[in-house]
Design a protein around this ligand. Structure first.
Ligand code: CUA
Length: 152
């Protein structure tokens, strides 16, 4: 008799967690579409067509690419200006050591690794500003390493 109550109670808790997680991501209006990785050597960054001048560019009708370079202790570009209701793919790499690329409260979370390009595709439903932080320890200025994503 009591066992049954425990099972029902546990199931209610589990459903509650799932609802919380789902609502949490929906409530922020950010849709994670996919992620993958490419490579690029740090000493090739300056000559690279995109990373040579880190920026956001339109790549399709409703698609944008943000090329982001992390280095001690900044992100470039800063701010990262992107339009709402468009697919944005962040291409993130590092010029020196391992950094983090994290927008607190969202699932935008990647490591910026020298030699690699992390790719995250997301969509912001609403204009607004989102802080960006480095969440991998990268040296004495780690705690000051932050950027800004401006959704217009
Ligand atoms: Cu860059 Cu911590």
């Amino acid at each position: 008799q009591y066992e049954k109550l425990w099972i029902v109670g546990a199931m209610i808790l589990i459903v509650g967690f799932i609802v919380t997680i789902t609502y949490g991501s929906v409530g922020l209006g950010i849709t994670m579409i996919g992620d993958e990785e490419e490579t690029i050597a740090p000493d090739e960054l300056n000559d690279d067509e995109q990373f040579g001048e880190p920026r956001v560019e339109q790549v399709g009708e409703n698609e944008y690419a943000a090329y982001v370079v992390a280095q001690t202790f900044i992100f470039q570009p800063d701010p990262i200006e992107i339009p709402a209701n468009n697919e944005i793919t962040f291409h993130v790499t590092s010029r020196d050591v391992i950094h983090g690329f994290y927008v607190p409260g969202t699932n935008i979370n990647a490591m910026a690794i020298p030699g690699q390009v992390a790719e995250l595709t997301v969509e912001f439903d609403e204009p607004g500003e989102h802080g960006l932080i480095c969440h991998e320890y990268c040296g004495s200025g780690h705690h000051t390493m932050e950027g800004l994503i401006v959704v217009q």
